[in-house]
Design a binder for this molecule. Structure first.
Ligand SMILES: [Zn+2]
Length: 145
C-alpha cells in the first residue's frame, strides 16, 4: 500500500510575512506615485492651481512631491522589513516556526599579499614587495601566475 507522506518544506504567514507584504505594497505605491506625479508635472495643459513655481510649464511642486513620496516609501519599506526580520529572529531564537527568510549579508573579500600583508588587486605579483604569487586565482577564477 502506497501512502501520501507529508513533508514540511517551509512556513508562511505570521505577522512577519504580513509586515513584509505591507512594506512591498507601500514601496510599490510610492513608485507608482512617483511616476504619476512626474506625468502630472509634465502636463502643461492642466489648470494652474497646483503649478507651484512652474506656471504652465513643468511643475516642480509635483516632481518634488513624487520624490519625497518615494523617499518615504523606501524608508517605510526598510523600517517594516527590519521589524519583520526582528520578529523572525525572535521566533528562531525561541524555536517557533517563522514565515519568510531572515535577511542575509553578502560576503565582501579583499586579497592580501602573504609576504608583506599589503592589499593587492588582480596582479600576478605583489606591487609592494614584487614577489610572484604562486597560487593566485583572483581574475575570474583563472590562475594568473
Ligand atoms: Zn607583498
Amino acid at each position: 500500500m502506497v501512502k501520501k507522506i507529508e513533508k514540511i518544506i517551509g512556513y508562511y504567514g505570521g505577522i512577519e510575512n504580513k509586515l513584509t507584504g505591507l512594506a512591498k505594497l507601500i514601496l510599490m505605491f510610492a513608485i507608482i506615485g512617483l511616476i504619476v506625479s512626474f506625468v502630472i508635472a509634465g502636463n502643461a495643459t492642466r489648470p494652474s492651481r497646483f503649478d507651484g513655481w512652474g506656471e504652465r510649464g513643468i511643475s516642480y511642486f509635483w516632481m518634488l512631491a513624487g520624490i519625497v513620496g518615494l523617499l518615504y516609501g523606501i524608508l517605510i519599506y526598510f523600517v517594516l522589513s527590519a521589524g519583520a526580520d526582528i520578529i523572525r529572529l525572535l521566533k528562531k531564537l525561541n524555536g517557533i516556526p517563522y514565515g519568510g527568510d531572515i535577511s542575509k549579508a553578502s560576503k565582501d573579500t579583499n586579497y592580501y599579499c602573504s609576504a608583506c600583508g599589503k592589499l593587492v588587486h588582480n596582479e600576478s605579483e605583489c606591487p609592494h614587495c614584487y614577489k610572484k604569487f604562486n597560487d593566485v586565482s583572483m581574475k575570474d577564477g583563472v590562475n594568473t601566475s
